[in-house]
Write a protein that binds this ligand. Structure first.
Ligand code: SF4
Length: 474
């Protein structure tokens, strides 16, 4: 008999990806997904530690789940970063939880479920010695079939003082290039045209090169591949028209990756590059390992090679010790970069991180006021960016039917939803769209031509690929 699985996902795209992989692992054990928690034989809370009071929210969700009840023999599992950080504490505070597992162990879920069904309490939060990705089924296309997330890197060695990721996800690990290429070829053969490469420090990617002759596994004669090298190989896969990657660290935006944005038309001209603060003093206290000038230099170089490059960012306001002058420096940085979109948060201490123990915490009302000012500026920039699309011709990947008959919705290179008139069987096609109007959450336009191919629009030139960018120091 089919068993039902309900997963609640908190947090980032990596967690969304992890939840999909958990479903794939458990599908092989006869589990099918349900949207209704009370119907599920197995409920998984795939948690995130980034949000304030993350653990408390998990405990209150657990309380609600318990009160709502479920089928006889139902199992409750807590996975993700809160599970990694809290470990056995979760079972101590919520003994009805059957399984606690960290982000590095979910490839063993079938075994954990089996043990829990036999009444064993399961806590798996060690970092296993085997590579999780070697034990997972291949990635599957996203909901509409034409886009997919592919994890290429995981973990972080940077140790920003506010962040739990190095503790919950562990050290940096890059998957071998061959395994990634094989996975993306399989996705392309299923109709996927856009891949988003995922990793906590995705541009630090340094995976083993394919073995000579293309066999799976080991390092090639030229050593590890960088993300730039990997992107070039992915772009050459038939059917793949778009490549995105997230999340990047400014220090790892190497010259070859910047040049790839010039030479690889499939790399989208839209980059999420968190900076967190516009003050060198605060960046140092955050242990970001770069200055404001380093960050701006990367953006200038990117824009020199791809003038249509748009930026997205992350900001934390009210980091301990942040003064009015520090905050004004952040506003100046935002003015200078002109973001297409951004995420911004008030600092809140994460237990176990160095910043949580710093004195000089910024009062809550000051944080709120700063966040308000920053978000006003970022929202105005985002509105301006969207408004500037009107009158432009954009390549759009059509993904799904729109709200009204005869409409399709696709994505621009900048992740904007674009609504056009098109038949339902146009899903998966890349078209050029003349943008007529901007709404709150989407753009409207008309299809200008037939199937869009990136190559004629942005011809790659191997002859210039190795040439330094003039004046950039690359
Ligand atoms: S780079 Fe910093 S913010 Fe990003 S995952 Fe690593 S420690 Fe966290």
């Amino acid at each position: 008999m089919t068993k039902k699985l309900y997963i609640k996902t908190y947090g980032c795209q990596m967690n969304v990806y992890d939840s999909e992989r958990m479903s794939d692992v458990l599908a092989a054990q006869g589990f099918s997904s349900t949207e209704v928690a009370e119907d599920a034989d197995l409920v998984i809370l795939n948690t995130c530690h980034i949000r304030e009071k993350a653990a408390e929210k998990v405990y209150s969700d657990l309380g609600r789940l318990r009160a709502a009840g479920g089928p006889d023999g139902r199992l409750i599992a807590v996975g993700g970063c809160v599970a990694q950080a809290e470990g056995a504490e979760i079972r101590a505070r919520a003994p009805f939880v059957d399984i606690v597992f960290g982000p590095q162990t979910y490839h063993r879920l079938a075994d954990m479920v089996e043990r829990a069904t036999r009444g064993q309490a399961v806590v798996e939060t060690d970092f296993p010695t085997e590579a999780k990705f070697d034990h997972l089924p291949g990635a599957t296309p996203g909901r509409h079939g034409h886009t997919a997330f592919v994890a290429v890197q995981e973990g972080c060695d940077k140790f920003c003082t506010f962040c739990v990721v190095p503790y919950t996800r562990g050290a940096e690990y890059s998957r071998p290039a061959q395994a990634i290429l094989d996975e993306i070829r399989a996705l392309a053969s299923q109709g996927v045209r856009e891949v988003t490469l995922l990793g906590q420090n995705v541009n630090a990617y340094h995976g083993a090169a394919p073995a000579a002759g293309g066999g799976a596994g080991g390092a090639g004669p030229d050593g590890d591949w960088t993300l730039a090298r990997l992107s070039r190989a992915i772009a050459a896969i038939d059917g793949i028209a778009r490549i995105r990657y997230t999340t990047s660290h400014p220090r790892d935006m190497g010259g070859d990756l910047i040049l790839a944005h010039r030479d690889v038309p499939e790399l989208m001209p839209y980059l999420h590059l968190p900076v967190q603060s516009g003050s060198d003093r605060v960046l140092k206290a955050m242990n970001r390992k770069h200055t404001v000038a380093d960050y701006l230099k990367v953006i200038d170089r990117l824009r020199a090679v791809r003038p249509d490059m748009a930026m997205s960012g992350d900001f934390i306001v009210g980091f301990p010790g942040e003064t009015d002058a520090d905050f004004e420096a952040t506003l100046q940085l935002v003015e200078r970069v002109d973001y297409a979109s951004a995420y911004s948060f008030k600092y809140s201490p994460r237990p176990g991180t160095p910043a949580a123990d710093l004195g000089d915490q910024v009062p809550e009302d000051v944080k709120s006021e700063r966040l308000h000012r920053l978000q006003d500026l970022l929202s105005a920039q985002q509105r301006g960016f969207n408004a500037r699309m009107v009158g432009r011709r954009l390549p759009v990947l059509l993904e799904r039917p729109g709200r009204h008959a005869g409409q399709m919705v696709g994505r621009s290179p900048y992740m904007q939803a674009v609504v056009v008139e098109a038949p339902a069987d146009a899903a998966g096609r890349m078209v050029e769209v003349d943008i007529d109007a901007v709404n709150s959450f989407s753009l409207n336009g008309r299809i200008a031509g037939g199937e869009w191919s990136p190559r004629p629009l942005y011809p790659a030139s191997p002859a210039v690929a190795a040439t330094p960018v003039a004046g950039s120091g690359l």
